[in-house]
Design a protein around this ligand. Structure first.
Ligand code: SAM
Length: 325
C-alpha cells in the first residue's frame, strides 16, 4: 500500500502536532500575549491520534514526528509515543521540541521509542535567547545534555537565521555543536502568519551563510539519516554535519514526502498553503477503518504542487505553531 499524490510524490512522513500551545514566545512564530488556543475538547484524544496514525501506516507512511506548539506541554506525551512506536510499519518516531522540559522527560521519551530529536535553538547567548523567545537558555541546555546522556541520537539543532538578530551567532553555534556532537541545521524564515511575515524583514538566503562558513572551514557534501529536506555538508576533520533548509531561496517541493496534522485533526497538505481536510468530525461520527483510509487518500489528492511563499507571502494566515512545524 502506498499514498501517492497527484504529482506522483510518495507520502511517507506525517508531522503530528499534539498541541498548539507553547511555553516560549519566539517572536517570529507566535505573537507575544497570544492565548487564543484550541479548546481541549477539540484536541484529538490519544485513541483518536493512534487510529489516524495506524491508518497512515497502513497506507505506507513509515515516519512520524511529534511536534506542536511545544509537544512536551501535552500531558503524558511519552505514553502516546509508546503507543505509536508499537504500530506495525512505523519505523521512525521522532520529536521536535524547544527542550525547555526535556531534562524531566528525556529518559521516559527514549524508553517510549523515540529515537531522535530536533531541538530549536537560535542562539547560545542567554540574553539574545531571552530576547527571541522570552525563555531561559539554561533550561534548554540542561534538556539537551539530558537527551544526550540518555542516548537520544542524533540530536539536531534547528536554528532559524535572521539578519541582525542571530546571524552573527553562527560560529558560536558551530562550536557548541562541535563540542557536544550535535548536528546543526539552519532554516530560512518563512512568511507564516503575521509574525512570520514580519520576520521576513530579517530574511537571509542561507547560501550567504554557507559561503561565509566555506571561508572558515572545509565543507564536504554529506548525507544524514532522516526523512527531511535538509541538504548537508560535513566540516572536514570533524563529525559535525551542517544542514541547510532553504524553503525560500531553493524550494524542495518536488521531493516533498509529507503532510501535517494539527492537534485538532486538521490535515494540512502543505506548510505554505491552506489546502486542508478535517479528520476529527469523521472520527467522532464513527467512521470505519476502511473509510478512514479512503478519506486520507482523498485528502492527499488535495496536495498542491508547491508552496507560494515567494509569490503570495500573505497567503498563510496560520502561525507555524498552529500547523505543527
Ligand atoms: N516547539 C517545537 C520546537 O521548538 O521545535 C516544535 C514546534 S516549532 C513551531 C517548530 C520550528 O518552527 C521551530 O524550529 C521554529 O523555530 C520554527 N518556526 C516557527 N515559525 C517559523 C517561521 N516563520 N519561519 C521559519 N521557522 C519557523
Amino acid at each position: 500500500m502506498s499514498l501517492v499524490d497527484q504529482y506522483n510524490r510518495k507520502i511517507k512522513y506525517l508531522r503530528l502536532s499534539v498541541t498548539d500551545r507553547c511555553d516560549l514566545r519566539c517572536f517570529y512564530c507566535m505573537p507575544n500575549g497570544f492565548n487564543d488556543y484550541d479548546e481541549p475538547a477539540d484536541w484529538l484524544t490519544f485513541d483518536e491520534i493512534e487510529r489516524i496514525v495506524a491508518s497512515f501506516t497502513r497506507l505506507g507512511v513509515s515516519s512520524v514526528r511529534l511536534t506542536g506548539g511545544e509537544p512536551l506541554v501535552r500531558k503524558d506525551l511519552p505514553a502516546l509515543a509508546k503507543r505509536l512506536a508499537a504500530l506495525p510499519g512505523l519505523d521512525d518516531l521522532s520529536l521536535s521540541t524547544n527542550a525547555t522540559r526535556l531534562a524531566r522527560h528525556a529518559e521516559e521519551l527514549h524508553d517510549s521509542g523515540i529515537s531522535r530529536i530536533n531541538v530549536s535553538l537560535d542562539t547560545v547567548d542567554p540574553v539574545k535567547f531571552n530576547d527571541i523567545t522570552k525563555g531561559k537558555l539554561d533550561k534548554v541546555i540542561n534538556g539537551l545534555l539530558a537527551a544526550k546522556a540518555v542516548g537520544l541520537n542524533p540530536i539536531k539543532i534547528n536554528m532559524v537565521i535572521m539578519k541582525g538578530i542571530n546571524d552573527d551567532d553562527v560560529e558560536d553555534m558551530v562550536n557548541f555543536c562541535l563540542e557536544n556532537d550535535f548536528t546543526l541545521r539552519f532554516i530560512e524564515t518563512m512568511p507564516m502568519g503575521h509574525t512570520g511575515r514580519d520576520a521576513v524583514d530579517y530574511y537571509i538566503d542561507l547560501h550567504e551563510i554557507e559561503a561565509r562558513l566555506e571561508s572558515k572551514y572545509e565543507l564536504i557534501p554529506a548525507v544524514m539519516a532522516g526523512a527531511g529536506p535538509a541538504r548537508y555538508v560535513q566540516v572536514a576533520g570533524t563529525n559535525l554535519k551542517i544542514g541547510f533548509i532553504t524553503p525560500i531561496s531553493q524550494h524542495f517541493c518536488d521531493t516533498c514526502n509529507r503532510v501535517r496534522m494539527s492537534a485538532t485533526g486538521t490535515l494540512y497538505m502543505c506548510l505554505g498553503d491552506e489546502h486542508k481536510y478535517e479528520l476529527r468530525p469523521l472520527l467522532r461520527h464513527g467512521i470505519s477503518d476502511d473509510d478512514l483510509d479512503q478519506a486520507i487518500r482523498n485528502a492527499i489528492n488535495l496536495k498542491p504542487f508547491k508552496h507560494e511563499f515567494n509569490e503570495k507571502p500573505e497567503k498563510v494566515v496560520r502561525f507555524m505553531s498552529m500547523t505543527g512545524g
